[in-house]
Design a protein around this ligand. Structure first.
Ligand code: 13P
Length: 251
């Protein structure tokens, strides 16, 4: 019922020429894998070049952030209308943005609304830090991120929402959560929090991805969990063979 989705978050990797070389190899490797939605999220400056290379494939494109205003005097920012001409998806509230760029549940909320208003599919990141995890605060932190980050969204827009559960301690550390542990947070915290906001039916329709040290060798374990609907992949999405195998595991 929920179609699996795998998104590659390139983070701050690949210049335009590197992106062209990489996608020229990646796109033919993954284009014919069916039964999974595939999204590449390169840096903004690479979007146009990557878009050209993805023409005629079902591989979709996403940004890694956006500003909540439609336009204005916001030096260095990128707006929803700008992204909407180039992509279908946008990552919002990644833990690196929360940690290094002052993003809060409130700014996440404004950005999610801006994405939806511009027809983009927001991939909203939630997840607890190591300190919060060890203090037993995972449920409290993650449900607050859902409640405050997604409050005020029209019920009719919820089908387009994608959530990514990315425990901060598992990102880029090689220490993935256990598949059962990640599934439990999604089933027992995230879906109930979504149900409280949008009702039981919507909470079962919204796709929830896992992110944090997803690799070819552990992807199958995560994607076979009943409440994990795919992955948001960092490091491994920059390696053609790894990312291809991860997408195959989700399909
Ligand atoms: P890694 O896969 O490198 O741990 O990164 C996960 C992530 O942050 C994806 O958004």
């Amino acid at each position: 019922m929920r179609i699996p989705l795998v998104a590659g978050n390139w983070k701050m990797f690949n210049t335009v020429s590197e992106a062209r070389n990489f996608v020229a190899i990646l796109a033919p490797a993954i284009r014919d894998i069916k039964g999974v939605e595939k999204v590449l999220c390169p840096p903004f400056v690479d979007l146009l070049a990557v878009k050209a290379l993805l023409e005629g494939t079902d591989i979709q494109l996403g940004g890694q952030n956006l500003h909540w205003e439609q336009s204005g005097a916001y030096t260095g920012e990128i707006s929803g209308p700008m992204l909407a001409e180039l992509c279908s998806h946008v990552i919002i509230g990644h833990s690196e943005r929360r940690a290094y760029f002052g993003e809060t549940n409130e700014t996440v909320n404004r950005k999610v609304n801006a994405a939806l208003a511009n027809g983009l599919i927001p991939i909203v990141c939630v997840g607890e830090t190591l300190e919060e995890n060890e203090a037993g605060k995972t449920a409290q932190v993650v449900s607050q991120q859902i409640q405050a980050g997604l409050g005020g969204i029209n019920l009719s827009d919820t089908a387009r929402l994608v959530i990514a559960y990315e425990p901060v301690w598992a990102i880029g550390t090689g220490k993935a959560a256990t598949a059962e542990g990640a599934n439990a947070v999604i089933a027992e915290v995230i879906r109930p929090a979504l149900a409280a906001e949008f009702g039981q039916m919507a909470s079962q329709e919204i796709r929830v991805l896992y992110g944090g040290s997803v690799k070819a060798k552990n992807a199958g374990e995560f994607f076979s969990q009943p409440d994990i609907d795919g992955g948001l992949v960092g490091g491994a999405c920059l390696i053609v063979d790894e990312f291809t195998q991860i997408i195959q595991a989700a399909a």
